[in-house]
Structures are given as structure tokens and as C-alpha cells.
Design a protein around this ligand. Structure first.
Ligand SMILES: Cc1cc2nc3c(=O)[nH]c(=O)nc-3n(C[C@H](O)[C@H](O)[C@H](O)COP(=O)(O)OP(=O)(O)OC[C@H]3O[C@@H](n4cnc5c(N)ncnc54)[C@H](O)[C@@H]3O)c2cc1C
Length: 392
């Protein structure tokens, strides 16, 4: 390319920022557009409840957490170790927690991580066009609405990193979906990912809201997830609940069972139930909480509740009646968005040359625990590297 190439990145979340990171040392005219007054809002929200930047598990099993081959390939090209090494270059040290999750070292606030990233980018002469919303684009120009009116910007490379459709207040409102739909870009409707489970109406939950069901195990099909659940007025929250979202969606919310006592065999539980004069006493001996006692009492028939063999069976594999997932806006992530069939192996839209998509706006799914941010930065890396290659 003989003149300085114009690159426009729309969306200043981790995916867009990582694209810019790969390009900021090149001779290019880069503009980052975001409709919020500041970038990285959802990145900061992610930081509020345990900031899992990525995960330390071996790459071979790490990539199995993604439902799309292309995301697996991208994460293989920019790995969790690469991400951690890069963070180190901007002064952010990380550590591996006891769960294997990777966090910024203790005392480092999420805003410090974001500021270190932005400081690194601000060394390059990037144009920051905030409070500016994408309203349209074609093969050569993009239209942006800001307070001062509509601007038409021409580009050589255009990157969309517009995020999913949850936590609208962070800017990820999914409003771009309609525009992309009009352009006939293949899309998949948004659905909640990594969100709480809504259960059928019941009375037992109201007395136990906020309490944990500790060390239980959820099973659906081949998937088994252990951990703690939290009881809410509408149902259940917590890591195991989020992890079963994908299979529940595919299974019309059927087939989810809970093992309240994975440490004990069916036979052992039955023996304890048989040797106790009262069910309540047996629950105490089994260290099963009052919430589980009340749940079982309400849902099981008298026969199931009082017969040790039948009750033991239920405690090992009680079928939870899930009625749905929590609404989109509450979800930690969303699935759906731009179909993986709409892009090539570099994230370029098949219908538009030199126009790319990355991050959560693409239709892929992964559990919480650092896998979401890792896929976003890996996809941003791939797009940035590809543009760099085309410029040079
Ligand atoms: C409560 C919560 C906790 C989380 N915790 C973790 C965690 O611990 N670990 C983890 O790995 N992940 C976590 N995540 C998920 C993670 O934050 C997201 O997957 C990630 O931020 C997505 O990055 P992105 O760059 O694709 O999009 P986003 O971060 O959503 O950024 C998209 C950007 O595009 C802008 N934008 C959107 N539409 C337009 C438009 N029309 N015009 C201009 N700009 C636009 C938005 O303002 C926004 O700045 C969490 C998410 C939530 C909600």
C-alpha cells in the first residue's frame, strides 16, 4: 500500500483493544470508535466479581471449552500464556489461583489493568472517537452518529468488535444486529449464556434465598459439573448452573439432574437413611442443608420421601425442572450474533473484503473462568495480525 492505510475499529472492549494493540506500531491511521464515553466498560464489570483474565489449564484441554473449531484455532495461535506474557509487557503481573484461574496479582484493580492497556495504546497516535455510534457501513465507508451529526469515514480496513447483547449499560447492547441483518450477513439470534436457571414455581426457595447448596454435582447428558449453587427467588445461580446453559438450551431445558452428595455412594446414603428414625435426622447426619430437606419435601411424593431406597435415589439424581434461563441482559455472556459461517479463518466477513469481526459478537460459547476474555483477545489478535500482514 503506497499511502498510509486507514483502519477503523468499532468497539473498544478487549477484542477491539487487542486488534489495535497488534497494529499500533505500524504506520497506519487508526481510529477507535465507541458509543460510550469511555472504552472497556464490560471489561471493568468483569473485574467486579473476581477478574479471571484467562485460565492455566493445559492448552489441549483449554481449547475443548469452546464449541467452535475456529475459536479453538485462534486460541491456539494466541494462547493464555501469550496473553499473560503480553500483560507483563504493559506492567500487569498475573498469578494462578487455587482454582487454576488466572488473575492480576493481588492489589491490582481492574481499572489499573485497563489503564495500563490504554496507556500502551495512547503511546501510538490513535484517534479516539467516543460517544459515536455505528449506524451504517458499505464496502468503502462507515457512517457514525455523534453529537455533532453524522460523519462518513472512509476506510481501508474496518473491524467490528461490538460485543454481545448483555449488560446493555456497558455499551454492549446488540443494537448492531438489525443493521447486520439488513446487510444480509448471516446471523444467529442472541441467547443468554452463562446465566442463572429459572425453576418452576415453589415455596421452599423463599426461605433460603442467598444460601448455598455446597459441593453438589449437576449432570446433563455427558456433562458433569461440580461446585456450589446459590438459591435465588427464581431458581439457581453459580458456576455449575452457568456451565450447563449450553446443553440445557439444546435439550429444551430437560434432563438436568443434581447429585446432592457426590462424595457418598447410593448404598451409603440409603444405609444412613434406613438407620435413622427420622428423615430430618438422616439429613443432618448426611450434612445436607435445610434447603435441600425442604426442596425434597415439597417436590417428592410421600412415598419417595419416606422410603430410604427411593429417597437415596433422588438425592443422587434428582431431576430439576428448569423452565428457562435468566434474561439476556443479566447474562455474563451471550451466544448468537454473527454466524461463524459469515466469516473466514481470519474473521473477515465473506461478503465484505477487509471488513472483520471479532470478540463476543461472533456466535460461540464457552464457560466462565477466563475462557470468555481469552477468546475475545485471541480473536482480536488474529484480526490485528492479519491486517498488519496485508499492510506490510
Ligand atoms: C458480570 C460479568 C462478569 C464477567 N466476568 C468475566 C471474567 O471474569 N472472565 C472472563 O473471561 N469474562 C468475563 N466476562 C465476559 C467478558 O467481559 C466479555 O466476554 C468481553 O468483555 C467481551 O469483549 P468484546 O470486546 O467482544 O465486547 P465488549 O467488551 O462487550 O465491548 C464491545 C464494545 O463495543 C461498543 N459498541 C457496541 N455497539 C456499538 C455501536 N453500535 N457503536 C459504537 N460502539 C459500540 C460497546 O460500547 C463496547 O465498548 C464477564 C461479563 C460480565 C457481564
Amino acid at each position: 500500500m503506497t499511502r498510509v492505510p486507514k483502519i477503523i475499529i468499532i468497539g473498544g472492549g478487549p477484542a477491539g483493544l487487542m486488534t489495535a494493540t497488534q497494529l499500533c506500531d505500524l504506520e497506519a491511521d487508526i481510529t477507535i470508535v465507541d458509543h460510550k464515553p469511555a472504552v472497556g466498560r464490560k471489561f471493568l464489570v468483569a473485574g467486579e466479581g473476581g477478574f479471571n483474565l484467562t485460565h492455566s489449564e493445559p492448552l489441549a484441554s483449554f481449547i475443548q471449552k469452546y464449541d467452535r473449531q475456529l475459536i479453538q484455532d485462534w486460541v491456539t495461535q494466541f494462547t493464555p500464556d501469550d496473553f499473560r506474557s503480553w500483560l507483563k509487557t504493559i506492567g500487569i503481573e498475573t498469578y494462578i489461583g487455587s482454582s487454576g484461574k488466572v488473575f492480576p496479582v493481588e492489589g491490582t484493580k481492574p481499572i489499573e489493568v485497563l489503564n495500563a492497556w490504554l496507556k500502551h495504546l495512547k503511546k501510538a497516535s490513535i484517534n479516539w472517537q467516543l460517544k459515536s455510534e455505528l449506524i451504517d457501513f458499505d464496502a468503502k465507508t462507515v457512517r457514525i452518529q455523534s453529537k455533532t451529526g453524522i460523519q462518513e469515514l472512509s476506510y481501508d480496513f474496518l473491524v467490528f468488535a461490538l460485543g454481545g447483547a448483555s449488560w446493555k449499560k456497558t455499551g454492549s447492547d446488540g443494537a448492531w444486529f438489525d443493521l447486520f441483518n439488513k446487510k444480509e450477513i448471516p446471523l444467529v439470534p442472541f441467547q443468554s449464556g452463562n446465566t442463572g436457571l429459572e425453576l418452576k414455581e415453589s415455596t421452599w426457595r423463599k426461605d433460603f434465598e442467598g444460601q448455598f447448596i455446597k459441593n453438589c454435582r449437576l449432570r446433563i447428558g455427558e456433562l458433569v459439573v461440580a461446585g456450589d449453587l446459590v438459591i435465588t427467588d427464581y431458581g439457581l445461580e453459580g458456576k455449575p448452573a452457568y456451565a450447563v446453559n449450553r446443553l440445557l438450551r439444546n435439550n429444551n431445558f430437560r434432563g438436568l439432574t443434581i447429585d446432592f452428595k457426590p462424595q457418598l455412594t447410593l448404598e451409603k446414603i440409603e444405609t444412613i437413611l434406613r438407620n435413622s428414625s427420622k428423615v430430618k435426622q438422616a439429613f443432618a447426619e448426611l450434612k445436607l442443608s435445610a434447603s435441600i430437606y425442604n426442596w425434597m419435601k415439597e417436590e417428592l411424593s410421600k412415598d419417595q420421601f419416606t422410603n430410604p431406597a427411593l429417597l437415596a435415589k433422588q438425592l443422587k439424581a434428582f431431576e430439576i425442572e428448569v423452565t428457562g434461563l435468566r434474561p439476556l441482559d443479566e447474562a455474563i455472556s451471550t451466544v448468537g450474533g454473527v454466524s461463524m459461517d459469515a466469516i473466514d479463518s481470519f474473521g473477515q466477513l465473506i461478503q465484505y473484503e477487509n471488513v472483520f469481526c471479532c470478540g463476543e459478537m461472533l456466535d460461540w460459547d464457552a464457560p466462565t473462568g477466563g475462557y470468555l476474555l481469552q477468546a475475545c483477545v485471541s480473536s482480536g489478535y488474529i484480526v490485528g495480525k492479519e491486517i498488519a500482514l496485508r499492510i506490510e
